[in-house]
Design a protein around this ligand. Structure first.
Ligand code: AMP
Ligand code: GLY
Length: 427
């Protein structure tokens, strides 16, 4: 008899997870909470919010779920793994204590400082006056001001001028735009270089890197404009050479897992390091305790090994017994967003051309913010679709992705036409 899987979340990352998990030979049933219109094609979507841990737990017990997979960070930081395990349920992801690596930037910085993991120099402030005094001395510029807690990627303010840094302090600590997440801030050294995402599987002892990837956080071409949840991603990221990968494992990833063990925390799940690469030296910008979105989309289309096998091995702390295989072909994901995103946007527009896009070979359209209305797929979020394709070269993958993008349309749709430009330049 096959296993019954519950996926928590409803974005592009979760569609990619569901798509990959559904290919597993031993999977009998997939539920997704809350899911989206794309996920609904092969999973039963249930209307439970990812933050409603007790409802999710009741659902898993009642429906005899054998494995729960958590997409987003919020339930992880709220302790979903601890709650499920107490109930005797199998769940893939880090414990609440381990999830503090993402839930508190101060916690992450202090671990890195204590264990000499390379990251930007920093100072912590618990009150706005002290932060202002520090910034007005002027010798900290350029600086990056960050809210301590979860802020959906919006609590980070790279500041080239003192005025910008002061405005950030005001928004976080006085206007309280991020609520309690902004009761403390980190002011850190502004780093320069090229960013990359470095994502690993770990069971708390063994740690295995996935291929490198890179996302495009800015809304406009040329990496300009405000930050978004991610307008596209690709894998591999040529800036991460084999030598650099070894250096990252040796100076960052293995020391991190050992440091956490030293602190009494066994980390199980996916660990994501957002890195700045400055002349072959990697520095940690942030840790995420989950798969990246949209990096997961190009990564999982490259994964050849059964994802459920990997997750089960991690839960049972026997990751070292598993060999993970990847398709050498590069992959790319182009995000199609609602008009106005990342600011205000409207929802409910019918999406045309999904069938035609699905016919493009070596491409798959992952849904992010979509819903079904009277049998019609409509827009239901800022990031709507992640058109993902692979090819013999990154240029080939990009060309194929945009070939599929060109079949799709809705009122106000916007996207970047330069996804993976850095990788193409490298090549
Ligand atoms: P984070 O959520 O901490 O990764 O920050 C979001 C984005 O802000 C990163 O992807 C970087 O583009 C930028 N950023 C964060 N920290 C720094 C830093 N110390 N120096 C330069 N840019 C940074
Ligand atoms: N792509 C960035 C993130 O998942 O946080």
């Amino acid at each position: 008899m096959g296993i019954r899987v519950l996926i928590v979340g409803g974005g592009g990352r979760e569609h990619a997870l569901a798509w990959k998990i559904a290919q597993g030979p031993r999977v009998a049933k997939i539920y997704c909470a809350p899911g989206n219109a794309g996920i609904a094609e092969f999973a039963e979507c249930v209307a439970i919010e990812p933050s409603d841990i007790s409802a999710l737990c009741r659902f898993a017990v009642k429906n005899a779920v054998d494995l729960t997979v958590v997409g987003p960070e919020l339930p992880l930081t709220l302790g979903i793994v601890d709650v499920f395990e107490k109930e005797g349920l199998r769940i893939f992801g880090p414990s609440q204590k381990a999830a503090r690596l993402e839930g508190s930037k101060i916690f992450a910085k202090e671990i890195m400082q204590k264990y000499a993991i390379p990251t930007a120099a920093f100072t912590v402030f618990a009150d706005a006056t002290a932060a202002r005094d520090y910034l007005l001395k002027g010798n900290s510029i350029p600086v990056v001001i960050k809210a301590d807690g979860l802020a959906a990627g919006k609590g980070v303010f790279p500041s080239l001028r003192v005025e910008d840094a002061l405005a950030a302090v005001d928004r976080i600590m006085i206007q309280c735009e991020f609520g309690a997440a902004g009761s403390k801030i980190v002011a850190e050294q502004f780093l320069f270089g090229e960013e990359a995402s470095f994502i690993c599987f770990t069971d708390g002892t063994s740690i295995i890197p996935m291929p490198s990837s890179q996302d495009h956080k800015r809304v406009f071409e040329g990496d300009r404009g405000p930050n978004t949840g991610g307008m596209g991603a690709y894998s591999p990221a040529p800036v991460i050479t084999a030598a650099l990968e070894e250096k990252i494992m040796q100076t960052i990833m293995r020391p991190l897992i050992a440091a956490l063990r030293e602190e009494g925390i066994r980390y199980k799940g996916v660990i994501y390091a957002g890195l700045m690469i400055d002349r072959d030296n990697p520095y940690v910008l942030e840790f995420n305790v989950r798969f990246g979105d949209p990096e997961t989309q190009p990564l999982l289309v490259r994964l050849k090994t059964d994802l459920v096998d990997i997750m089960q091995a991690i839960i049972d702390e026997r990751l070292s017994e598993i060999t993970i295989e990847w398709d050498p072909r590069p992959a790319v994901c182009v995000v199609l967003a609602s008009g106005g995103y990342p600011d205000k946007y409207e929802k409910g527009y019918p999406i045309l051309g999904l069938k035609e896009a699905a016919q493009v070979p070596d491409a798959v359209v992952f849904h992010a913010g979509t819903a079904l209305r009277d049998g019609q797929v409509v827009t239901d979020g800022g990031r709507v679709l992640g058109v993902t394709a692979w090819g013999i070269s990154i240029a080939d993958a990009v060309q194929r992705a945009y070939q599929a993008v060109n079949k799709i349309h809705w009122q106000g749709m916007h996207f970047r036409r330069d996804i993976a430009y850095r990788a193409i330049k490298h090549a």
